[in-house]
Design a protein around this ligand. Structure first.
Ligand SMILES: Cc1cc2nc3c(=O)[nH]c(=O)nc-3n(C[C@H](O)[C@H](O)[C@H](O)COP(=O)(O)OP(=O)(O)OC[C@H]3O[C@@H](n4cnc5c(N)ncnc54)[C@H](O)[C@@H]3O)c2cc1C
Length: 271
């Protein structure tokens, strides 16, 4: 159970591997003194030759360096082929035993039949759409966000599966429906990408500006804080973050460890 294997080295994979790496480095010794840190291993497997493939080369290099510092083993250029009986087999034939596999290598759509139409599902079961988010081969049916597959010159494989795409397409479609006009095709505005790798470690590509380390980490926190709904939520989260930063402690935690008190069963037996 202590051999964590993360499949996929995109932002989600890098973030989760970094979080487990921090757990190993800072939390384990204090909260689980019975577990030797060396017994916990973290491996991230990425099919291409770099982490954070949709971000800049600097971001990829920083993520690799930071994960190595957090004692995460990074395997690049390897694809997971099968996972049977808790054994992962990679495309080079090597195997890893793990009961804790975390899949972050993308989502696929649930296949839906549209009998009597020209509809054909796209890559990953997504709905191929035109530039107005209309599903190709169907009439008056639209797909936005992760499930839609809209290709453009800049994104020949389709727009990325990111929250910004979903939000912008949602606004675009609502506007079109409300005005009953389709005069402008959808155009995705890339506001930049960020990934946090751990405490004081993050990478951010904001157009031509690349940030890393503490500044990128602050920028990541600021963007996520202002995106929360309601001032009360923002203040709550900010206080929790400040508290966690200085105390290395979260407010909710379940510790499973031996107790110095009699076990419940023993008390029960004695009536
Ligand atoms: C671990 C992780 C981390 C991520 N981090 C980031 C990030 O930092 N930044 C970023 O921009 N993006 C991130 N993403 C991607 C982002 O979450 C998605 O791009 C975004 O949520 C897409 O929005 P959506 O509305 O298209 O789909 P979703 O948010 O997935 O919403 C689809 C909803 O439909 C429901 N649903 C599915 N099938 C059916 C059905 N048959 N009937 C009814 N309901 C159904 C689902 O339960 C779900 O609630 C992350 C994704 C993951 C998994």
């Amino acid at each position: 159970m202590l051999s964590f294997v993360v499949i996929g080295g995109g932002p989600a994979g890098v973030e989760i591997a970094g979080a487990v790496g921090e757990l190993k480095r800072y939390i384990l010794k204090r909260d689980y003194p019975g577990i030797a840190p060396d017994d916990l291993s973290i491996t991230i497997i990425e099919g291409t030759d770099r982490l954070l493939g949709t971000m800049s080369r600097e971001a990829s290099d920083t993520a690799l360096r930071d994960l190595n510092q957090l004692m995460v083993e990074v395997k690049l250029g390897r694809l997971m082929k099968t996972y049977n009986d808790n054994v992962i087999t990679l495309d080079d034939g090597s195997t890893i035993y793990s009961e804790m596999v975390i899949w972050t290598a993308g989502v696929t759509g649930v296949p839906i039949e549209f009998s009597g139409t020209d509809y054909k599902a796209g890559r990953g079961g997504c709905f191929p759409t035109d530039q107005y988010c209309r599903i190709e081969g169907l009439e008056d049916i639209y797909a936005i966000g992760d499930i839609g597959l809209m290709t453009t010159d800049k994104y020949p494989k389709g727009l990325p599966q990111l929250a910004q795409v979903a939000i912008q397409q949602g606004r675009f479609l609502a506007k079109n429906f409300n005005s009953n006009k389709r005069d402008r095709p959808f155009s995705y505005v890339d506001k930049g990408s960020m990934a946090t790798i751990g405490r004081n470690r993050a990478v951010a590509d904001l157009h031509s500006i690349h940030l890393s380390g503490f500044i990128a980490w602050l920028a990541w926190m600021f963007i996520h804080l202002i995106s929360l709904l309601g001032m009360r939520n923002k203040i709550n989260v900010l206080i929790n973050w400040i508290w966690a930063y200085f105390s290395y402690n979260t407010s909710l935690r379940l510790l499973l460890a031996g107790s110095k008190y009699p076990k419940r069963g023993e008390l029960w037996d004695k009536g």
